[in-house]
Ligand binder design. Structure first.
Ligand code: PEP
Length: 245
């Protein structure tokens, strides 16, 4: 049985006062039936870990460097995220791939570093609109999966997030058939990569909201969501958690 995961990515949003949302979320879900994860900017990680108290809210970074230490100004090592209270780290988000030129090999190296530090890597992938319109979506995500999942990945240390680039922050969501087709393809492709493929959680991400979450979660092989905009407030994120429960 794969435990469902409602994950929020705050991206470059949030300052200390935003942490009030943590209390509102944990008050609304004191004993969640699914895993709840928030990935704030690195500046808020330790404070969010403190703000959650003993509640079942997991905390993650949004990126990590592939190296454990060294001369990498502005970067953060996976071990540092762990030290600040993180249990997860997102790697390969499409904004990292497009704005920072990250390749599948970079993503695999970051995921491996996360595993070495004892973090769960949330590995993101997804096709662009041009690739979908060219009929290449399945081939693209399959290649991204093969290139981005490192040796040593297990069901316990790896989560896959399918995020079509054209659905992120746009309000456009693939049809349920399209989501199901990609998730089924990824599940099958995972079986070629690792023994524990059946236990790996595959999240959908891209314009998930309280109003569309339940139908998206009804699609087979959708084990939860990676949510951007609608994770910034408890009022928006809580209905998504509820839809998954
Ligand atoms: C994301 O950036 O991972 C994302 C899914 O964003 P949004 O939910 O805002 O589309």
């Amino acid at each position: 049985m794969r435990r469902k995961l409602a994950a929020g990515n705050w991206k470059m949003n949030g300052t200390t006062d935003t942490l009030r949302e943590v209390k509102a979320l944990t008050d609304a879900h004191p004993d969640p039936l699914v895993d709840m994860l928030l990935c704030p900017p690195a500046t808020l990680l330790a404070q969010m870990a403190w703000a959650r108290g003993t509640h079942a809210l997991q905390i993650g970074g949004q990126d990590c460097h592939a190296a454990a230490t060294g001369a990498h100004t502005g970067d953060i090592a996976a071990d540092m995220l762990k030290d600040a209270g993180a249990s997860h780290v997102i790697v390969g988000h499409s904004e990292r791939r497009s704005e920072h030129g990250e390749t599948d090999a970079d993503v695999a190296a970051k995921a491996a570093a996360a595993h070495t530090a004892g973090l769960i890597a949330v590995i993101c992938l997804g096709e662009t609109l041009a690739q979908r319109e060219a009929g290449e979506a399945l081939a693209v995500v399959t290649a991204q999966l093969a290139g981005s999942v490192p040796a040593g990945a297990t069901a316990a240390n790896t989560v896959i997030a399918y995020e079509p680039v054209w659905a992120i922050g746009t309000g456009h969501v693939p049809t349920l058939d399209q989501i199901g087709e990609v998730h089924g393809t990824l599940r099958a492709a995972l079986r070629d990569i690792m023994r524990e493929a059946g236990g790996v959680r595959i999240l959908y991400g891209g314009s998930v909201k309280g109003s569309n979450a339940a139908e998206i979660f009804s699609v087979p092989d959708v084990d939860g969501a990676l949510v951007g905009g609608a994770s910034l407030t408890a009022a928006d994120f809580s209905p998504i958690v509820t839809a998954l429960e």
